[in-house]
Ligand binder design. Structure first.
Ligand code: G3P
Ligand code: CA
Length: 383
């Protein structure tokens, strides 16, 4: 277990005190290595609705979450950011310029600003500059209208949900569907939100506790592209599985901020994954880390990533699987248009065959079909 940096020591100490109070005594069972958790090496292959069923509804709306569950997602993902008054809401980014109608609200025109988040200068409107009451006057819009023109049908219909609403919906759908619809919550930009006094972890764990989900075997995963907050959650004895998100390029923002030179590529080596396994239960790699594309854009050969992760007892949940040509390997395209559906099931069969434990998809129904075919013995087509 690493020691938190002195730069953040006061904040970390305060956070740990809150987390320890919420989490209760740490488990006597090791989180890592010998206890890989649900899905690793068994038949519990997970279909995770990425931002809901965002292939069919504007992402991170209750409508998208509900459709994900109804079309078979085992877990439904919610990315969380904070409002000015410290309420966690479901957005992929704190920059809500492209996923809400905020630009059409003249009363918020003076909130448009430029700020640096994780080293990137962004101009737009931000959740942390609005109270929840203000944010709730906005409505979600489709983030990818050029690719998902059909989803614009729903523009303007749905508010930005809170984490609490997402968890309530999860519970309601679990009762109705008579199965546990799992949560899969990602903290977005935790170092940035710490820096502006809107730490994400305390309200997240409070919400889980209020929902009765801060317990072992709760149908919940917590995930982050940063390392520090996952280490802190682990150190505090949080009982639900933790997932370290990875990427083909770049580095965790907390490591960059601390001057640590390690990149996602470093964390994705066998040795790096063994280190990740000291504080996390799984990894969420970019799908190209599992099967990269060849130079011509076609699907290449699997890497050793899954075997390396499993050797350290880590679950592997790659992201993000989508039906449209523009997101598929060149050899799996159908038709000419970027928004035409390609042979997404073939892509997913190739990935299931690598031994992954689940996948994030914008089209949960497609994920359910590919998983069933895989479990029935279908194999990816060669070449
Ligand atoms: O959390 C898995 C996947 O959602 C990570 O990518 O950018 O869509 O949050 P992103
Ligand atoms: Ca996410």
């Amino acid at each position: 277990m690493s020691v938190p940096s002195s730069r953040r020591s006061a904040a970390v100490a305060a956070l740990l005190a809150v987390l320890l109070a919420l989490a209760g005594p740490a488990s006597a069972t090791p989180r890592h290595g010998s206890s890989p958790g649900p899905g690793a090496g068994d038949a519990d292959l997970l279909v995770i609705g990425h931002r809901g069923a965002s292939g069919y509804r504007p992402e991170h709306t209750l409508a998208a979450y509900e459709l994900a569950a109804r079309t078979g997602a085992d877990h439904v993902e919610c990315d969380v950011v904070s409002t000015a008054d410290g309420v966690l809401v479901c957005r992929h980014e704190n920059d809500i310029t492209g996923t809400t109608d905020v630009a059409d609200h003249p009363e918020f025109a003076d909130r448009r600003t430029t700020k640096v988040v994780d080293g990137v200068a962004l101009t737009g409107w931000f959740t942390e500059d609005m109270t929840l009451e203000e944010l709730r006057t906005l409505r979600a819009v489709e983030r990818l209208p050029d690719v998902r023109e059909e989803n614009t049908l729903y523009d303007g219909l749905y508010p930005v949900p809170t984490l609490e609403e997402y968890l309530d919906l999860r519970a309601d759908l679990s009762r109705e569907l008579r199965r546990e619809v799992g949560a899969y919550v990602e903290t977005k930009h935790p170092t940035y939100f710490d820096s502006i006094g809107l730490s994400l972890e305390e309200p997240l764990l409070a919400a889980l506790r209020a929902a009765g989900l801060d317990r072992r075997n709760a149908p919940v995963f917590l995930q982050s592209f940063e390392t520090g907050n996952l280490r802190e959650l682990d150190a505090a004895g949080v009982r639900v599985p933790l997932v370290q998100l990875l990427a083909v390029s770049g580095a965790p923002a907390d490591l960059v901020a601390a001057g640590d030179p390690r990149t996602y590529a470093d964390l994705s080596t066998a040795a790096g994954l063994a280190e990740v396994a000291t504080y996390a239960d799984g990894v969420g790699p970019e799908k190209d880390q599992v099967i990269p594309r060849d130079p011509d854009g076609t699907l290449g050969e699997p890497t050793s990533f899954v075997a390396d992760a499993h050797a350290s007892g880590l679950l592997v949940h790659p992201y993000t699987f989508r039906n449209e040509n523009t997101f598929l390997p060149a050899d799996l395209h159908e038709g000419e248009a970027p928004d035409d559906y390609g042979r997404a099931i073939e892509e997913q069969l190739a990935f299931w065959a690598t031994g992954i434990d689940g996948l994030f998809t914008d089209n949960p129904d497609t994920g359910v079909v590919s998983r069933q075919l895989f479990e029935d013995g279908a194999l990816p087509e060669a070449g």
